[in-house]
Design a protein around this ligand. Structure first.
Ligand SMILES: *[C@@H]1O[C@H](CO)[C@@H](O)[C@H](O)[C@H]1NC(C)=O
Length: 137
């Protein structure tokens, strides 16, 4: 029984590790730089991701009061921006693509949201990130 429990725990730990990746602030900064995100916005993006998801690429938050869910490192909402079934929303993607380890979709969609709504689309922005400073990497 004990051995079974240990195996189960190991399985759960490794299964979780294979889907969730917790980035450091410096790793996210590098990913943003690799995709040519505007230098002036880098500190703000890292701050938003820190407060939205604790830098967990697989984060799924919710349900929100309207029944929607938030996806990935930037906690992008499935009411407007992605679809859980098939592809869709304004970013024309499946929400699961926002919860995998590949941040290309997440960053593209986040940039689109910022273009449409500004950083205030993220409620954490006004509270924590208006004077964000770059992590020392
Ligand atoms: C990440 O996703 C993008 C867009 O979906 C794709 O073009 C790219 O090849 C992916 N990168 C890796 C390393 O899988």
């Amino acid at each position: 029984m004990k051995a079974v429990s240990v195996c189960l725990i190991l399985f759960l730990v490794t299964a979780r590790m294979s889907v969730a990746r917790i980035l450091s602030q410096c790793q996210l900064l590098q990913e943003l730089r690799n995709r040519n995100v505007a230098g002036n916005d880098l500190a703000t993006w890292v701050c938003i991701a820190q407060h939205e998801s604790s830098l967990n690429t697989a984060a799924r938050g919710g349900p929100n009061t309207d029944g929607s869910f938030d996806n990935g490192i930037f906690q992008i909402n499935d009411r407007y921006w992605c679809r859980e079934n098939g592809v869709g929303g304004s970013c024309n993607i499946n929400c699961a693509a926002l919860r995998d380890d590949n941040l290309t979709d997440d960053i593209n969609c986040a940039l689109k949201i910022k273009n449409v709504q500004g950083f205030t689309a993220w409620t954490v922005y006004s509270r924590y990130c208006t004077r964000a400073v770059l992590p020392g990497c």
